[in-house]
Design a binder for this molecule. Structure first.
Ligand SMILES: NC(=O)c1ccc[n+]([C@@H]2O[C@H](COP(=O)([O-])OP(=O)(O)OC[C@H]3O[C@@H](n4cnc5c(N)ncnc54)[C@H](O)[C@@H]3O)[C@@H](O)[C@H]2O)c1
Ligand SMILES: [Zn+2]
Length: 372
């Protein structure tokens, strides 16, 4: 498990290291991946108090100067103001092209840090050091960077790959329960889109996963990163097969936008999104009901189906249509064939989508009964 996972993108290739306690021994990896002698640590105060000490000590021993750079927490700060603040700080540190930026925290920091790194002096080396489950299995890999702008999520951004991803699963010990479960939704997603074995192991070992046993988490993260690395290596800019990663996200994004990002976490939104995509697949005769039922059972055991008040079907439908991934006026869906295999499909009859939405609406009010 200490072998790195490679993201293969010719001259933009990089390694993902996953190891318990990695923050205490990461300097050699950093040394090998980037020449920087000065590295800004983009983080939140709280996260830095927990994990910054060992990281900075380690860098110092390797002859690299660390410059802590604190920004406030939360998606509401993933904006142009914070981005400019970061760039101004890098300038005030006197950073030149040979400096680097490391993001220590969740996906908000990773997305914003990557964008700042891509902009500062037309690009300085960027390192991802994700500390939430969502960022460890998803956001830190693949080079999508962004800020929210003008009320639209991730409107301004760039593809900018990190030079290195450092994952220390022991940092997940401090993560709150809801954040942790949100990350698990993405792991379920990987199982459904690419790995029936991963899905089965979640079904079988959910207890030890939820109690965050070291070895168990390590394996889940490793498997998830391998899947994402492989998909990104084949289709860096989402011209085709990378869209599979959006399984459950077409409706998920619409629900997040509809309810606001506080009422429904990302994982809670895509859990309903996966239910929906799978229900569509059953309606279209692409998979058996069993495929839907297994997902519902697992997502429910994880506690991802949050009880929530009804939505307006037409509004949510419109929001799905607006999702930037839908091209040429028809919504693109990732649909299930079986656990471990999905298809990308457009031109699904509006009536089928609306009737699945209506069914979902009635089920969301009593998610403990949610089934098929
Ligand atoms: N680039 C991509 O491919 C990609 C993919 C998925 C999501 N994202 C983005 O990621 C963001 C969401 O990421 P997130 O869920 O990590 O949210 P986040 O970055 O806001 O982190 C959530 C909270 O957890 C705290 N935290 C971080 N590490 C912790 C730890 N070890 N212990 C305790 N608390 C900790 C943070 O301070 C923060 O308050 C969204 O903005 C989304 O757009 C990007
Ligand atoms: Zn997601």
């Amino acid at each position: 498990l200490t072998h790195p996972i490679e993201v293969n993108l010719s001259e933009r290739s990089y390694s993902i290291f996953i190891q318990d306690g990695l923050l205490d021994k990461c300097a050699p990896h950093i040394h090998r991946a980037v020449p920087a002698k000065k590295i800004a640590i983009l983080t939140h105060r709280k996260v830095f108090e927990w994990y910054g000490g060992s990281l900075c000590r380690n860098l110092k021993n390797a002859g690299i100067a660390a410059y802590p750079l604190f920004v406030p927490e939360g998606e509401i700060h993933k904006n142009e103001k914070t981005l400019m603040f970061i760039l101004r700080k890098l300038a005030s540190f006197g950073f030149q092209r040979d400096a680097g930026l490391l993001a220590l925290g969740g996906g908000v920091l990773g997305d914003m840090g990557g964008l700042a790194a891509s902009l500062y002096m037309r690009g300085i080396d960027f390192i991802q050091c994700p500390t939430t489950l969502l960022a460890q299995v998803d956001a830190s890999i693949g080079g999508k960077t962004a800020i929210d702008f003008s009320g639209i999520k991730n409107l301004i951004g760039a593809f900018y790959q990190p030079k290195l991803v450092l994952i220390d699963p022991t940092t997940l010990k401090t993560l709150n329960e809801r954040q942790f479960r949100t990350g698990l939704a993405e792991v379920v997603k990987y199982g459904v889109i690419a790995d029936g074995k991963l899905f089965r192991s979640l079904e079988k070992n959910l207890g030890s996963v939820l109690s965050r046993q070291d070895g168990v988490l390590n394996r889940l993260i490793h498997r998830s990163c391998s899947i994402k690395a492989k998909i990104v290596s084949r289709d860096e800019r989402e011209s085709g097969s990378r869209a599979r990663l959006n399984y459950g996200h077409t409706l998920g994004h619409a629900l997040e936008a509809y309810y606001g990002y506080d009422r429904l976490s990302h994982g809670e939104a895509i859990a309903y999104g996966m239910w929906f995509a799978s229900s569509l697949s059953v309606r279209l005769g692409l998979c058996t009901k069993e495929v839907l039922i297994r997902q519902v059972r697992l997502l429910r055991r994880i506690g991802l189906f949050k009880k929530i008040s009804g939505f307006n079907v037409a509004t949510v439908y419109e929001k799905m249509l607006l999702d930037k991934k839908g091209k040429e006026g028809s919504i693109q869906f990732v649909l299930t064939r079986k656990i471990g295999l999905v298809n990308i499909q457009k031109n699904i009859p509006r009536q089928i989508i609306l009737s699945a939405l209506t069914q979902l609406l009635s089920q969301m009010k009593r998610p403990s009964k949610l089934d098929v």
